[in-house]
Design a protein around this ligand. Structure first.
Ligand SMILES: [Ca+2]
Length: 173
């Protein structure tokens, strides 16, 4: 229950955070995060003052940081409508070429997995030590429920040295 309240507080703060840029088109809700203000995101210990794509802060992943800072919010907390698609873009800088790390979309309902999808950086982030934009789209099933919890994060499963910055998430309806 405590955990649920904590997540709810993070969710409530999410939209009002200064580091975020929220823009709405007719059928799109987008949430951006330049990682200069992360009070409102979960799992922020990896966000540090370091080599960044924007400003001074980025998310640093390495042999001890397996998961990036995480966007998390319920489907109903984003909009009363059920999204058809989620588009994610972010900037990656890796100390090795073609890093085998992924952007993950994890949707669960009370801890029970509803959808888990991952797209690897491998074929896009070809050069090391260079900021590269990575874009990914996830089609969603029409069976999603307002209480389903959406989590989006980078999974550094091989524990490589990576920097992540300027995450933008778009919900299409
Ligand atoms: Ca930044």
């Amino acid at each position: 229950m405590k955990k649920f309240i904590f997540i709810s507080i993070i969710s409530a703060l999410l939209i009002s955070c200064g580091g975020e840029k929220k823009g709405n088109k007719a059928n799109v809700i987008s949430v951006g995060q330049d990682l200069e203000c992360v009070d409102c995101w979960a799992n922020t210990s990896s966000v540090v003052k370091t080599m960044a794509h924007s400003g001074e802060f980025a998310c640093k992943l390495d042999s001890v940081a397996e998961y990036s800072t995480t966007f998390q919010k319920t489907i109903g907390g984003i909009s009363s409508k059920i999204p058809k698609k989620i588009n994610v873009s972010l900037w990656v800088n890796s100390t090795q070429p073609s890093p085998d790390a992924s952007i993950v979309l994890d949707i669960n309902n009370n801890g029970k997995s509803v959808l888990w999808l991952a797209n690897s950086f491998k074929d896009v982030v070809k050069n090391e030590k260079e900021w590269t934009e990575f874009k990914s789209s996830f089609k969603l099933p029409p069976t999603l429920k307002p209480e389903d919890l959406v989590k989006i994060y980078v999974w550094n499963n091989k524990k490589l040295n990576l920097f992540i910055d300027d995450i933008n998430i778009e919900f299409e309806y």
